[in-house]
Design a protein around this ligand. Structure first.
Ligand SMILES: Nc1ncnc2c1ncn2[C@@H]1O[C@H](COP(=O)(O)OP(=O)(O)OP(=O)(O)O)[C@@H](O)[C@H]1O
Ligand SMILES: [Mg+2]
Length: 404
């Protein structure tokens, strides 16, 4: 039986072990080892946000949104690595400035990941110019899905070359009928026929379950400060507008002890409650030590509200396969960072977590909260983001890109 069975039935232990990016902004050629909990840090401009965006772009491909997402970033040409194809010895030694040379290979924005069970990679490039006004729409040049941690020809399950997709049949032989799809669509979205290639569907659904949280708004008009009708909410919305319902859901069907610990760790002696009005509106209240009445969500400080948003996101009773957090420390007082680190460690017991952060204090606190974190520091080398060599950093995993 082919790899489908193990792919489809494995719900735990399907951790991603490798993330690979080529030619996306400063990520000229980065292959990162991922652990159950990975914390990526680095100086301003080292490429942390680029890494977060690269992961998002990969997730967008599984929702047929990669081309649109690139357009929002200014189009493929502006997101491609702006440095030379190779960095010569003279440049490395400082005796010559970097110079553009005639490219020997076509440039592609390449993104991929792999776990022990399967891997996936995509390669986006520019179309051959014609008269169309959509000449700048990037195209999928290659896409490969394989079983096992490293791409090998023999391990390919689905292989896309331009508009043509080939898949293996039940016996492992390549299907005789290639399928044609639009070059601007990922095979994950436009070629997901469960009878022909169930693996493509499985991988697409897995990527779609990845969850991303970026900056939450906490200003006076922020969705999280509004009182609204609550429904059962196992997954906090990206804007935090359903915070009260999400916290109440954790209280009723989630890890209630972890919720109380998270509040106690951050605000000793305080307690959360959700008041449900006659009209079904949920109002979050924080009972603070020393106050005669609870504070409503409109009265909470930015930092307090933001911390509660992270509590709701991290203790979700329906954890995703991968949870990616961008700079969760923003606007939190350093004294809250150990509590946030403990929450991140708790979340990592249930789901794979990647945290991008520039707060050293958060990184130190995560290190203190768990032995299982993989800490990585990014640096710039000739404009390109590289992984700093530090003792204890996992080796660069083996990775092969599909060729055009
Ligand atoms: N097309 C490109 N080619 C090469 N480098 C690029 C490109 N676009 C952006 N960069 C570089 O990427 C860097 C910005 O990276 P990023 O935003 O990921 O930094 P960061 O680590 O998140 O920093 P901060 O801590 O300030 O948020 C800039 O230094 C910029 O020079
Ligand atoms: Mg950043």
């Amino acid at each position: 039986m082919r790899a489908l069975v193990s792919v489809a039935t494995a719900t735990v232990g399907c951790m991603l072990t490798t993330l690979a990016v080529q030619n996306y902004r400063s990520l000229r050629d980065l292959v990162l080892p991922l652990a159950q909990l990975t914390v990526v840090t680095g100086a301003n401009g080292s490429g942390k946000s680029n890494l977060y965006r690269a992961l998002r772009l990969l997730a967008d491909a599984a929702r047929s949104g990669a081309v649109a997402a690139l357009a929002r970033e200014g189009g493929l040409p502006s997101t491609l690595w702006a440095g030379p194809e190779t960095i010569g010895r003279a440049v490395r030694e400082g005796s010559a400035p970097p110079q553009g040379t005639v490219r020997t290979k076509s440039v592609g924005l390449r993104l991929g990941f792999a776990g022990d069970e399967f891997g996936y990679a995509l390669d986006l490039g520019m179309p051959v110019p014609d008269k169309s006004a959509f000449n700048r729409d990037p195209e999928f040049k290659r896409e490969c899905l394989w079983s096992g941690p490293v791409m090998r020809k023999a391990a390919l399950l689905a292989d896309r070359d331009g508009p043509v997709v080939r898949t293996r049949d039940q016996d492992g032989a390549w299907g005789r009928e290639p399928h044609r799809i639009a070059v601007t669509d990922s095979m994950l979205t436009s070629f997901a026929d469960p009878r022909v290639s169930p693996e493509v569907l499985v991988v697409r659904e897995r990527i779609r379950s990845w969850r991303f949280y970026d900056h939450f708004r906490t200003d006076a008009d922020a969705p999280a400060r509004q009182v609204r009708v609550g429904t059962r909410t196992p997954v906090l919305d990206h804007d935090g507008g359903d915070l009260a319902a999400a916290l109440q859901t954790i209280e009723e069907i989630g890890d209630r002890d972890a919720l109380h610990t998270a509040v106690e760790n951050a605000f000793p002696g305080s307690r959360l409650s959700v008041r449900v009005g006659e009209d079904g509106r949920f109002e979050l209240q924080l009972h603070q030590y020393g106050l005669l009445r609870p504070l409503s969500v409109a009265e909470l400080s930015d930092g307090t509200l933001r911390y509660l948003l992270w509590v709701a996101a991290l203790l979700s009773p329906r954890p995703p396969e991968l949870l990616v957090l961008n700079e969760p420390e923003t606007s939190l007082h350093p004294s809250l960072l150990p509590a946030l680190a403990a929450l991140i460690a708790t979340a990592a017991e249930r789901t794979q977590v990647v945290v991008v952060s520039h707060a050293r204090e958060l990184v130190r606190s995560v290190e203190a909260a768990t032995d299982d974190a993989n800490l990585m520091e990014l640096e710039k080398e000739f404009g390109a983001t590289v992984l700093a060599e530090r003792p204890g950093v996992l080796d660069r995993p083996t990775w092969h890109w599909p060729k055009r």
